[in-house]
Design a protein around this ligand. Structure first.
Ligand SMILES: Nc1ncnc2c1ncn2[C@@H]1O[C@H](COP(=O)(O)OP(=O)(O)OP(=O)(O)O)[C@@H](O)[C@H]1O
Length: 369
């Protein structure tokens, strides 16, 4: 089997080349292997586009390089052996959730080991987001609202803060924004919502056989859909049910925070936005506590508790995709993030995200399941 290693020397803390040479190369020494160190954005896919049939790819990078390759080569058939060398490594951390006492080197070699022991590669899902005729693919996340704003603003901090703290700084900069939009959730074949009481997905009450789509009005604080992953960073498990309750094919998990579900928040005012900021941190803090936010509920006076009888703080959906119609007057609501790349919806337009709309053959060496 032809094997190609692509190493991005610029991602994460820049230790990809050294880690590859010290720990990966010795394991692949008896195999025919070509090695490329990328020199610029777009280099990886240019190398791959020239190779037929596509090789099995040992990819030493973060999610961004993977995203570029998938976008350029779709709908090809290509298997990835992942060596996490990026900042967040969301896909790798989801395939191999880290434990506090793991050995750093061994932890990063698990996809290589799965490949070497002949484990079957696991098919990847692709979310396809269309904006003004342009298609953005993602294998991790497609989002709007706070997450898209965080990614938009964190890029400016990449040089000064190369680690994941840049996402926290950008989150603080954007925490009092609400995003005005209308959403249609696309059924597959229904729209399901997580019910913490039964710890199961149930059909959304609006999703009937006659009219299975679900419509949501804003304002939104958070609107984020994931495929293939339950986390965006090793400890930030924003869509934990993707692991605990495995999704059917061609669906995404969607995490939504709409502030007007809070019984103590009645309208969109500057004061209400300010008062809601600590609740946003509480919700995102729940994601850092192994996904505890999916069980958060409101008390009558708007306090957030776990497993209470009030309305859930977030709405956790599972469905075939979504459509996002931003309010023309709300510039911030026009940002869409697809695996870290930011797109802007033109005025009077919208974004449509669907999961695996065309067949493809991307797969990754994961934990063998
Ligand atoms: N030699 C290079 N110099 C500068 N940028 C490069 C080079 N090679 C690749 N790139 C670009 O680096 C960018 C960042 O890579 P990547 O997303 O893999 O890492 P990351 O952002 O550190 O990690 P993650 O996406 O997991 O947070 C990609 O857009 C890629 O195209």
């Amino acid at each position: 089997m032809a094997l190609l290693a692509i190493i991005n020397p610029a991602c994460g803390n820049g230790d990809g080349p050294l880690f590859f040479a010290s720990h990966v190369l010795p394991l692949l020494a008896d195999r025919p292997l070509s090695v490329v160190h990328t020199t610029h954005t777009g280099h990886a896919q240019a190398v791959l586009a020239a190779i037929h049939p596509p090789p099995t790819l040992v990819l030493c990078s973060g999610d961004g390089t993977l995203h570029e390759i998938l976008s350029a080569l779709s709908p090809a058939a290509l298997s990835f052996v992942l060596v996490p060398c990026g900042t967040a490594n969301a896909l790798y951390a989801s395939l191999f959730p880290p434990s506090p006492d793991h050995d750093q080197v061994a932890y990063r070699l698990q996809s290589v080991r799965a490949f070497l022991r002949g484990a079957p590669p696991r098919p990847l899902s692709l979310a396809s987001t269309t904006i003004a005729g342009q298609v953005a693919l993602s294998s991790v996340v497609a989002s709007t609202s706070l997450h898209a704003s965080i990614l938009h603003h964190s890029e400016a901090l990449r040089q000064s803060h190369p680690g994941i703290e840049r996402f926290k700084i950008a989150a603080q900069q954007n925490s009092n924004k609400w995003y005005r939009a209308h959403v249609k959730l696309v059924p597959s074949p229904t729209v399901q919502i997580y019910d913490p009481k039964s710890d199961a997905f149930v059909p959304h009450p609006q999703s009937t056989s006659h009219s299975p789509a679900v419509h949501l009005d804003g304002p939104f604080v958070y609107f984020l859909s994931t495929v293939n992953v339950d986390r965006l960073e090793p400890q930030f498990t924003i869509s934990p049910l993707a692991r605990r309750i495995p999704p059917p094919p061609a669906t995404c998990d969607i995490v939504v925070l709409r502030p007007l579900r809070d019984p103590s928040t009645h309208q969109d005012t500057p004061q209400a936005r300010l008062a809601f900021v600590p609740k946003i941190w509480q919700v995102l803090g729940g994601a850092y506590q192994d996904g505890a936010h999916v069980r958060f509920t409101y008390t009558d006076d708007g306090q957030i508790v776990t497993d209470g009888d009030g309305p859930t703080v977030i709405e956790y959906f599972r469905c075939g995709g979504w459509e996002w119609y931003p309010d023309d007057q709300d510039q911030d609501a026009h940002l869409v993030c697809a695996d870290g790349t930011i797109f802007e919806i033109p005025k009077h337009d919208h974004a449509v995200c669907s999961i695996d709309p065309v067949p493809h053959g991307f797969s990754v060496y994961g934990n063998g399941k």
